[in-house]
Ligand binder design. Structure first.
Ligand code: M6R
Length: 614
């Protein structure tokens, strides 16, 4: 998604802004730009289609001086990705420049009105409409920039995080947000601005998260002043961020995705630390214990999420229903928010999100809260919008995930769902003591088993190039491994651009079997657990049609191995924890196929890391 960086201080802004844009590249974008206010107070805007490197080449012979500036990476929504539609956008008189994340939904009506008043537009963007509106209000009402921004935003429907600089004003940036994140970094005599904390963390740990409908005036050598768009003054709250610069670097790996796959054993152990006791016989999650009556009495749990987080939610459904005996529904947040769902006061809504900024998930939370349900968040990014808008929750605590394809965040979400399940099951007394202890013990062993699973990397790397010919893949699994099949297929399509579909294995006969021939790779998640025999029959059906079988099996399994063209073994574990291990070879398979196809695995085309627009 689009990225914002801003700087005001005593250093040259340009290098800081460019570095910040590079840090935000993981979010996905198609053009980049910068606006600098030089010592004479002139605004210089430079922007170009393509990468931040292209912007740097473009500015080589330009005036890039100035200690105030704003910069942007754009992920096209209104208007194609080109130089003109890239941000920043000037206002008509070029006295203002703006960068914007989000979507102004009523831009067409505002634009029509401004055209009637003599405004001309260079781009197809909703953002240019907003900056023209601010200029129009500023000149007709004779107000300062902050007031003009406030008044303009009262006319706007949609989502925004914006930063505006003004000609002749070498001391100020005005910023505002609604439903799109914006963070101000407070340094020593300098301020930073960003759409997430990654570009800020190397300069300062002190941040202010702007709230919806707040407008901040960031002035050199002064305190930050914040007012709402309806002109009510609010007090900025300075918080400490936990992220370190080290966590943002690749640490010797060729890609963030591979680094994050390899981090899983350590990160999952961290996600469990302090939540499973040292004797490995007790789980306790503060968010559940503090609200135990709600969980004990819940008639239903509704899980809302998108993409990979939704797949984690499906595993949550299997876990919670099996061990806590509470009915669970798993909903795409984007469908839930618009389909007038029935939500009761004694329902618990669990929102799962790595980024904590996904627009549809946030809207689903709002809807659930309005209906009086208790809303619980499972989130990775500390201080992001979802944890701030839920009643309680649990952080996954796996550190920043930079690769667009979610890996460690997924296994961490499943881990938290397992911890929640065990905590609730114990409270509700729906689990036998022996089983409870056995599961905790096994969960605590998972990081070590993940380490062993990672040893399959070399074999997967060797096999992967064989599949670069494929145009389609089918992923099949049963029970807990059905969501793993969905997740494996999503990983492959995201980064290798090979079409892939996941199905519950038994569904194959109801349609997808028609696709199977000697060209079709079929990935089976077939651990020696549960309804193993049934999966075995499904594999035989695929082999009978000459499909190429790649299977994930339990160490020591002979039968599936015999039937498979390619086999990857994972350590034995409890059935409900197989997803934590089985998803690792699938992440590696997608990664190595994408690498063999020379795809950009960390920034796949058209994708954004956090989807802050609907
Ligand atoms: O940040 P969230 O977990 O809310 O994001 C949800 C999806 O956009 C995300 O999982 C997406 O599907 C990933 N690219 C998957 O790898």
């Amino acid at each position: 998604m689009c990225g914002i960086v801003g700087y005001i201080g005593n250093k040259e802004a340009y290098p800081i802004l460019i570095k910040g844009l590079h840090r935000l590249e993981y979010r996905g974008y198609d053009s980049a730009g910068v606006a600098l206010v030089n010592a004479e107070g002139n605004i210089n805007v430079y922007k170009t289609k393509g990468k931040v490197d292209d912007l740097e080449s473009f500015t080589k012979d330009k005036d890039i001086s100035g200690t105030v500036g704003i910069a942007h990476t754009r992920w096209a929504t209104h208007g194609e990705p080109n130089d003109v539609n890239a941000h920043p956008h000037y206002s008509q008189s070029k006295s203002l420049a703006i960068i914007h994340n989000g979507i102004i939904e009523n831009y067409a009506i505002i634009k029509k009105d401004l055209i009637k008043r003599g405004f001309e537009f260079q781009s197809d963007t909703d953002t240019e409409v907003l900056v023209q509106l601010i200029e129009y209000i500023k000149t007709t009402n004779k107000v300062d920039l902050q007031r003009a921004v406030q008044l303009a935003l009262t006319q706007v429907i949609g989502a925004y995080a914006i930063a505006v600089v003004e000609k002749g004003n070498t001391n100020q940036i005005v910023a505002a947000r609604k439903a799109s994140p914006l963070v101000i970094g407070v340094g020593d005599g300098e301020f930073f601005l960003a759409s997430d904390a990654t570009p800020i963390v190397e300069y300062t740990k002190k941040v202010i998260y702007l709230n919806d409908q707040e407008v901040a005036v960031i002035t050199r050598n002064e305190e930050i002043h914040i007012k709402t768009i309806s002109d009510v003054e609010t007090t900025p709250v300075v918080k400490e961020i936990e992220m370190s610069l080290n966590e943002l670097e690749r640490g010797g790996f060729p890609h963030f995705m591979l680094k994050e796959i390899y981090e899983q054993p350590r990160r999952i152990a961290e996600a469990m630390r302090g939540r499973i006791n040292v004797d490995r016989n007790r789980v306790s999650l503060a968010g559940i214990i503090d609200n135990k009556e709600k969980f004990i009495n819940a008639k239903r749990i509704i899980i809302v999420a998108c993409g990979t987080s939704w797949h984690a939610g499906l595993i949550g459904e299997y876990l919670i229903e099996e061990f806590c005996r509470i009915p669970v529904e798993v909903e795409y947040a984007s469908e839930f928010r618009y389909r007038n769902p029935i939500i009761h006061k004694d329902d618990i809504v669990i929102a799962i999100s790595q980024s904590g900024e996904t627009a549809d998930t946030l809207a689903a939370i709002e809807l659930a809260k309005k209906s009086g349900a208790f809303v619980y968040g499972i989130c990775n990014v500390v201080g992001s919008s979802i944890p701030r808008n839920t009643d309680s929750g649990t952080y996954t605590h796996v550190g920043p995930e930079i690769g667009v394809a979610s890996t460690k965040a997924f296994t961490a979400q499943v881990t938290v769902l397992a911890l929640m399940t065990l905590t609730i099951a114990r409270l509700k007394k729906t689990i036998e003591d022996d089983l409870y202890k056995r599961l905790i013990h096994e969960l605590a062993e998972i990081p070590e088993k993940m380490e062993k699973t990672l040893a399959t990397n070399a074999k997967i790397k060797q096999i992967a190039p064989i599949f670069t010919y494929a145009k389609n893949f089918i992923y099949l699994g049963r029970g807990y491994n059905y969501p793993v099949a969905l997740e494996g297929a999503l990983k492959l399509k995201e980064i290798s651009y090979i079409h892939a579909e996941g199905y519950p294995a038994a569904e194959m006969k109801h349609g997808p079997i028609a696709l199977i021939d000697a060209e079709m790779p079929v990935v089976f998640i077939a651990p020696h657990k549960g309804i193993y025999e049934k999966t075995l029959s499904n594999i035989q059906e695929v082999k009978a049609r000459k499909g190429r079988v790649f299977s994930i099996i339990t160490q020591g399994d002979r039968e599936v191995r015999k039937l498979s063209d390619f086999c990857i073994s994972i350590p034995e574990t409890e059935e409900c924890f197989v997803p934590l291990l089985a998803s690792i070879p699938l992440q590696l398979l997608a990664y190595h196929i994408a690498i063999a196809k020379e795809c950009n695995v960390d920034q796949p085309r058209n994708l954004a890391k956090s989807v802050t627009v609907e």
